[in-house]
Design a protein around this ligand. Structure first.
Ligand SMILES: [Zn+2]
Ligand SMILES: [Zn+2]
Length: 243
């Protein structure tokens, strides 16, 4: 059994829901979203207990909480190991974020307090401390590499879609998961912008293709109404689910 704590369940616009981020038990932080650190505290979790940080892609709504999390983790440091898993270039990207945020000194402080281990995903099964995972590339936006994850944890595979459209990677994630945390950003009918996310219709299609797979929706837009989709859980911010 695994406890999933949702620090946020909203999309980029964060209308009525905070930015998508969740924790496996008290150990794996998936997406250091802008509000991940204060919401860890609000949920009674501690940065010092997080052993692995998992990042799906470099959009701001998924990663801009990194500096705040890093400071808290470093203050609780004591030389412990913190694994950070993400797309190629993840170490450089997060270092540049610290520089842009004017906290290069926090980055240096963290290096003294933490055994920071950055791991770029390579599409194979990889190990980051207590987490065994496989990153699966998905199709989201053309200018960024984006990944979903299969995460072996407590005897089951917890899948996470990252941000995605229906694609071969999403099919692989759904086929390999015992439970799938799935984005449902929603669509903007009539928008001239290309489709870059899941919506209720594409979730329904996935539901029909993987009938026994429990789906937990996150990264939700304000207009998403999943009430008619069978077997789908829609958590609120700060909800805890046992899966
Ligand atoms: Zn997003
Ligand atoms: Zn995105």
């Amino acid at each position: 059994m695994t406890e999933l704590t949702f620090l946020g369940t909203g999309n980029f616009e964060a209308q009525g829901r905070y930015w998508n981020s969740f924790v496996l038990d008290s150990t794996v932080l998936v997406e250091p979203s802008p509000t991940a650190m204060p919401h860890l505290r609000r949920c009674g979790l501690r940065a010092g207990d997080i052993e692995v940080v998992v990042i799906s892609h470099f959009h701001a709504d998924h990663v801009f909480g990194w500096p705040f999390f890093l400071l808290d983790a470093a203050l609780a440091g004591g030389g412990r190991t913190l694994h950070v898993v993400g797309p190629p270039g993840v170490a450089r990207y997060l270092e540049e974020m610290n520089e842009l945020g004017g906290i290069g000194n926090v980055g240096e402080f963290a290096l003294g307090e933490l055994d920071l281990r950055f791991m770029e995903v390579d599409g194979s099964w990889q190990d980051a401390g207590p987490l065994r995972f496989k990153a699966v590339e998905v199709v989201h936006v053309p200018h960024l590499r984006c990944f979903g994850y299969l995460m072996e944890w407590a005897g089951q595979v917890i899948g996470y879609s990252g941000d995605t459209t229906p694609c071969a990677g999403l099919t692989e994630l759904a086929s390999g998961s015992d439970v799938l945390v799935l984005e449902c950003n929603g669509s903007h009918p009539g928008s001239p912008l290309p489709v870059t996310h899941m919506d209720e219709a594409s979730v329904r299609v996935l539901r029909s293709q993987h009938r026994d797979l429990p789906l937990i929706l996150t990264h939700l837009g304000a207009d998403v109404d999943a009430s008619g989709i069978e077997g789908v859980i829609v958590p609120d911010d700060f909800d805890r689910l046992t899966v």
